[in-house]
Design a protein around this ligand. Structure first.
Ligand code: BDR
Ligand code: CA
Length: 315
């Protein structure tokens, strides 16, 4: 039997993180070694709690969940309650029935796991603001160099922002942290932009219904996204779901679904103004600088959705 590829998930677990985590835990080719929580959609403790709930619903194995940073490096935390609900999970009473947060600091645990691994053995998938990753880079760069790919849901990709005309939530929530990560010199950093989950990649009302009616896992993955769906009715005219974190998870675990991903020179704006959190992507290499990160901006919608169906056990 082929050995499973290991991943660490870093998350500000709101409702789309929950779907992404459930997908990873149901992909037999991967083993989620540990999960670290960070503030973003909700404060860090709530994110950790939501990750535990998700593990219970995913119904496979139970990786430890550790608490990471609850404050951003410099910026005040501004949670996305209107997008994911006050508890980040649609306010429908989802709580873990059995699981508890594990002892130890998430950033330290991430570093320890990487130091104990062979180079390239563990990939990191980051689904929230990059505070934990930035601290880990500052604390033990050599450990972070042992990671294989670092796949991040973040940036507007090659499109528009979702918290400002130019900035995407995860980068904007802690742009200083994102800057540290983008400029770290680590080899294989992939930002999956918000544009990757839009257009044909959005789940349509019919697809949402199919997933929801497929069984307890599908029902969980859709129902916790209730607030986001309501918001989308206003934004997009119908009950669509733009599943940002699942698109990053799919790009990380099932690279066949990636249609466009190129390495560019990118710079994160931390200036105190309207473009805070924007990421300059030098598509034509006007600045003549060495490309530093990959930007994934498009998925093959059919393959991506097949992967969602497969991992959420939709027949
Ligand atoms: C990102 O921000 C959060 O609201 C989502 O969980 C996702 O990680 C999308 O911009
Ligand atoms: Ca997230």
């Amino acid at each position: 039997m082929e050995e499973k590829k290991k991943i660490i998930i870093d998350t500000d677990c709101g409702s789309d993180d929950a779907m992404a985590i459930a997908m990873a835990l149901n992909d037999p080719a991967y083993e989620v070694q540990l999960i670290t929580a960070v503030s973003g959609n909700v404060p860090m403790r709530q994110a950790a709690t939501n990750a535990l709930t998700t593990i219970e619903y995913a119904g496979t194995y139970e990786p430890p969940v550790y608490m990471g940073c609850d404050k951003m490096l410099l910026k005040e935390l501004e949670c996305a309650y209107e997008t994911h609900g006050n508890d980040g999970m649609g306010d429908i009473g989802l709580v873990p029935k059995r699981l508890k947060v594990s002892e130890g600091n998430g950033v330290v645990k991430m570093i320890e796991a990487l130091n104990a691994s062979k180079p390239g053995e563990i990939d990191i998938v980051a689904l929230g603001p990059l505070t934990n990753l930035a601290i880990a880079i500052r604390l033990d760069y050599e450990a972070m160099k042992r990671a294989g790919r670092i796949v991040i849901m973040g940036t507007a990709g090659l499109g528009e922002g979702n918290v400002s005309p130019v900035a995407e939530f995860n980068i904007w929530q802690d742009a200083e942290a994102a800057k540290i990560v983008a400029e770290s010199g680590l080899e294989h950093i992939v930002f999956v932009g918000w544009d990757a989950c839009l257009g044909e990649a959005m789940l349509t009302p019919d697809e949402i219904k199919t997933i929801e009616e497929s069984g307890p896992l599908g029902k969980f993955a859709i129902e916790c996204n209730r607030c986001l769906m309501e918001l989308n009715k206003e934004r997009f005219g119908d009950y669509y779901l733009d599943m940002a974190d699942p698109s990053a998870m799919a790009a990380a675990l099932y690279p066949d679904c990636v249609e466009r991903c190129e390495k560019y020179y990118c710079e994160v704006d931390i200036s105190n103004g309207p473009s805070y959190g924007a990421v300059l992507v030098d598509r034509s290499n006007v600045l003549g600088k060495e490309p530093n990160v990959y930007i994934c901006s498009k998925l093959y919608a059919d393959k991506y959705k097949e992967y969602i169906y497969k991992t959420l056990k939709v027949k």
